[in-house]
Design a protein around this ligand. Structure first.
Ligand code: NAD
Length: 186
């Protein structure tokens, strides 16, 4: 939708959206109808209206702040990625256990010691955690983030994380995606 908006298209049909998403136009209409009435007969969907509606549904109409733990190769890349801000995400604080990294500035953020994690997350009302530490440290970091009040974790470490009910975990594993790609190519 944002692409259509950039191309200054005012309306889009469920057929066009369906083609872009590789699903049927009926599925597009059904999915959107689940959340309300967005389309106009004979017109389709108004692009800017639908963007606002979907952001509200996803909860991305406000800025979400995240605390990132583990400022290594992966952590650094994520902190410096400008695309998050455009989608309403902000890495508000970054933590590491390595004394040599504490105080270093990465992407305008000073790396903080782990002992400041809880107070910083609470004070700044940070809702999300991004885990980019080695696998063996991931559960302990998840526990600290949850204890500090974080309600959602994006876990890059290749290990399953257990959290209490009410906290969500999304795992990112590029190796699995490469495996999927190999399966499709091979
Ligand atoms: P890295 O070694 O470069 O960085 C890890 C960082 O975590 C270091 O700065 C280290 O000081 C810090 N750290 C270690 N233990 C800590 C602790 N207990 N508390 C706070 N900080 C701690 O590693 P990397 O290449 O950036 O990878 C980071 C994680 O991301 C690893 O778990 C790796 O397996 C994973 N990874 C995932 C994907 C993916 O597709 N999801 C891809 C690459 C790497």
């Amino acid at each position: 939708l944002e692409t259509y908006d950039r191309l200054q298209k005012l309306t889009v049909s469920s057929a066009v959206l369906g083609r872009a998403l590789a699903i049927t136009d009926a599925q597009v209409r059904k999915d959107l109808a689940y959340f309300g009435q967005f389309g106009y007969p004979g017109v389709g969907y108004r692009v800017s209206e639908l963007i606002v509606a979907i952001k509200r549904i996803l909860g991305t109409d406000k800025t979400w702040s995240a605390a990132l733990v583990g400022v290594g190769n992966m952590g650094r890349a994520l902190i410096q990625y400008r695309g998050f801000a455009r989608r309403g995400f902000r890495v508000a604080a970054a933590f590491d256990s390595d004394d040599a990294k504490i105080g270093e500035v990465v992407g305008h953020r000073k790396i903080q010691p782990l002992k400041e994690l809880e107070s910083t997350v609470r004070r700044r009302k940070i809702q999300l955690g991004i885990i980019t530490v080695p696998a063996e440290a991931a559960q302990e970091i998840a526990d600290k983030l949850v204890a500090a009040g974080v309600r959602g974790l994006l876990n890059f470490a290749p290990v399953q994380i257990d959290v209490r009910a009410g906290v969500s975990v999304v795992a990112v594993d590029l190796a699995i995606q490469l495996e999927q790609l190999c399966f499709q190519v091979g």
